[in-house]
Design a protein around this ligand. Structure first.
Ligand code: DOR
Ligand code: ZN
Length: 357
């Protein structure tokens, strides 16, 4: 009832984003630059971004697509493969442009075919990352077809993440887009800190996993625009994610995992995984935090804890949200005359981001 009508925050950053490439950049970069100061850009292009030279070239394509006057800063990542040379880590760090290395278990999700087939194979790379202070960004799902799709995150933690953490106690790890109470509990149980007192363990949480349980996938019919990986889970897991995000615990921070696919690729017999949230991301997060009367906790989650984890300065610019309904467009323009369908297309959102003064 006594919810504030406006909310001014330090300008947020998105610590997990898919911008795609080529003609898509004209759209994706503008969506994120309108709301966020910086973003950790995922490397799962076709072919993937596997070395520093490719990351720098991709960065230049993103910067070339920035709207005039935008100060949006892409923070690049490398895609870990069985063949990544440990020596690549020093090159990545010394570039100043690469801020993490992404682990996709082979076959876990979109464009993950070049991912890691057996974790022991990349232990020398993880050793180099631990030494260089380079964060490991983890898509935490097993690919074992025997494991139920709703259990893949919890099983990954037990089978793979625990051993990585034990073998590399000083490695900076982000468990990406967590979806379960198990993942939130595991993150909370990691107490390691670096010499500056910054946690060695982080986790990103998407807006869609805060707002929806798996019921959204089947509400009156099959809803492909709510399909992402890791898939939405049952209500008690959503509640655990809301607990984590609104707790003020600096190990949990914002990462949209906004992942556009053209409408035809989503509304298909074998539809792609990914929810497009970037154009309204902050509004969606505000809605989730308001559900818990926790808007006073949004700034830490959206604008401070991720920057601290990545050892980057917090932003100085501000952004203002107003409690003023807006309707999400039914579609947005995309590449080659195609359209994309944003999350909650056609629905009314209670909050809106005001244009920068
Ligand atoms: O839903 C998803 N979409 N999850 C991922 O991990 C990848 C992403 C994509 O690139 O489309
Ligand atoms: Zn992702």
């Amino acid at each position: 009832m006594d919810e504030p009508q406006t909310l001014t925050l330090i300008r947020p950053d998105d610590w997990h984003l898919h911008l795609r490439d080529g003609a898509a950049l004209a759209h994706t970069v503008a969506w994120s630059a309108a709301q966020f100061a910086r973003a950790i850009v995922m490397p799962n292009l076709k072919p993937p971004v596997v070395d520093t030279a490719q990351a720098l070239a991709y960065r230049a394509r993103i910067v070339a697509a920035l709207p005039p006057g935008s100060g949006f800063e892409p923070l690049m990542t490398l895609y870990l493969t069985d063949a990544t040379p440990p020596g690549e880590i020093a090159r990545a760090r010394d570039s100043g442009a690469v801020h993490g290395v992404k682990l996709y278990p082979a076959g876990a999700t979109t464009n993950s075919d070049s991912g890691v087939t057996a974790l022991e194979r990349v232990y020398p790379v993880l050793e180099a990352m631990q030494g260089a202070g380079m964060p490991l960004l983890v898509h935490g799902e097993v690919t074992d077809p025997e494991v139920d799709v709703f259990d893949r995150e919890a099983v990954f933690i037990e089978r793979h993440l625990e051993p990585i953490r034990r073998a590399f106690p000083e490695l900076r790890i982000v468990l990406e887009h967590i979806t379960t109470a198990d993942a939130a509990a595991w993150v909370r149980a990691q107490h390691g800190r670096d010499a500056q007192g910054v946690p060695l363990q982080g986790a990103t949480i998407t807006a869609h996993h805060l707002l929806y349980s798996r019921n959204a996938l089947f509400a009156g019919g099959l809803r492909p625009h709510y399909y992402c990986l890791p898939v939405l889970k049952r209500a008690r897991h959503r509640a655990a994610l809301l607990d984590a995000a609104t707790s003020g615990d600096p190990r949990f921070f914002l990462g949209t995992d906004s992942a556009p696919h053209a409408r035809a690729a989503k509304e298909a017999a074998c539809g792609c995984a990914g929810c497009l949230t970037a154009p309204h991301a902050l509004e969606l997060y505000a809605q989730a935090f308001a559900e818990r009367d926790a808007l006073h906790r949004l700034e830490g989650f959206a604008s401070c804890f991720g920057a601290d984890f990545y050892r980057l300065p917090r932003n100085t610019a501000r952004v203002t949200l107003r409690r003023q309904p807006q309707r999400v467009p039914v579609t947005l323009p995309y590449v080659d005359g195609e359209v994309v369908v944003p999350l909650d297309a056609g629905a009314e959102l209670p909050w809106r981001v005001l244009p920068a003064a």
